[in-house]
Design a protein around this ligand. Structure first.
Ligand code: ZN
Length: 337
């Protein structure tokens, strides 16, 4: 069944819309970033995010249609992230999607934002992982290890107990005055540093749990900064980045062993980090597992992954009513350990 799906994402600080054919062929993927609006605050301000989404959303949708060379009347469905994110930000995207569904008389599909990230690993050039697979999805708002049974069927096997990995990177970058977004800034500065310069903890790696905790690592970095006022920032960034990456990879490999899954995937905004991509792949190779990395263009929040996930969910369970709501915190999947 060939289907042209418009995907909309306004979860955090990116206004995005995309047109994707049958969950695979990306005809357009337009992202309007709000970095400039939040930069002065060193992080995302929810009210400003919502206002910026409202300002941008119609232009972004039109740009996605134009770039894909399609009209509203060509669309077969509209998918939108309605779960997981900043509530007021989500409301803008969901309202826009409902309007499109109503005006075009096409099905509306609401997805959990993380379903989009997970789906991104299936949308690369080559073949994606066959089900079931393990997916590490890691970003500013979440750090999650998920057993993906099928489209729409997930079991969360590990998650963060405090800060998300991306959040820890952002906070330390802010503390070091490196600007926002922090992950990219840390990676840039770390390129000239020595990752062995500072001995930082790899939190909770000795415990059997598959959960993460990054707040202790963040505190350890702050302590180093206080103790060494003249430290080499590049060395600290490199050491910190290495500690975050090691922790993520060690836990993923443990989860693969515990769940007996042989295919592991990496998605989310922090999956843009080159050291994480390289280390993830290397560890998988060493353990005889297959690694699948989300394409770089689909790592940050984007509408294409939403259109992709929406297409597959629509095939599984059909359309959602126009009354769907938004939830800032929503569980992913029906199974939970
Ligand atoms: Zn996200």
């Amino acid at each position: 069944m060939s289907m042209l799906v418009l995907g909309i994402d306004t979860t955090c600080d990116d206004t995005s819309a995309a047109v994707v054919r049958s969950g695979q062929t990306i005809l357009s993927n337009v992202i309007a970033s709000q970095y400039a609006a939040h930069e002065a605050f060193g992080g995302v301000v929810p009210m400003i995010a919502a206002r910026e989404h409202a300002r941008q959303i119609s232009f972004v949708i039109q740009a996605a249609l134009d770039k894909a060379e399609v009209r509203f009347s060509d669309l077969d469905a509209v998918a939108v992230s309605c779960d997981q994110g900043l509530l007021l930000a989500l409301v803008v995207g969901v309202s826009a999607a409902k309007s499109v569904a109503l005006a075009c008389n096409i099905p509306l599909i609401g997805i959990h934002h993380l379903e989009g990230h997970i789906c991104s690993v299936l949308m690369g050039e080559g073949p994606g992982p066959a089900f079931p697979f393990l997916c590490l999805t890691v970003a500013g708002g979440h750090t999650l290890l998920v057993r993906v049974e099928d489209h729409g069927q997930y079991e969360v096997v590990g998650s963060t107990r405090d800060d998300a990995a991306g959040e820890a990177l952002d906070k330390i970058a802010r503390r070091l005055g490196l600007g926002y977004p922090g992950g990219a800034a840390i990676e840039r500065v770390a390129a000239n540093g020595d990752a062995t310069a500072f001995a930082l903890p790899r939190p909770m790696i000795r415990q059997k749990t598959l959960d993460f905790s990054f707040s202790g690592l963040k505190t350890a970095v702050v302590r180093v900064m206080d103790e060494h006022p003249d430290l080499c920032v590049a060395d600290l960034c490199a050491s910190f980045q290495q500690a975050v990456v090691d922790t993520l990879v060690i836990k993923t490999m443990r989860a693969a062993r515990q769940t007996s899954l042989t295919r592991i995937a990496l998605a989310g905004g922090v999956a843009l980090n080159s050291l994480l991509r390289k280390t993830f792949k290397k560890a998988a190779d060493r353990a005889g597992l297959q690694a699948f990395l989300a394409p770089r263009a689909l790592c940050a929040d984007n509408g294409a992954m939403v259109a992709g996930a929406g297409y597959f969910l629509y095939r599984e369970r059909g359309a959602d009513p126009l009354t769907i709501e938004t939830r800032a915190n929503a569980p992913l999947g029906r199974l939970s350990v």
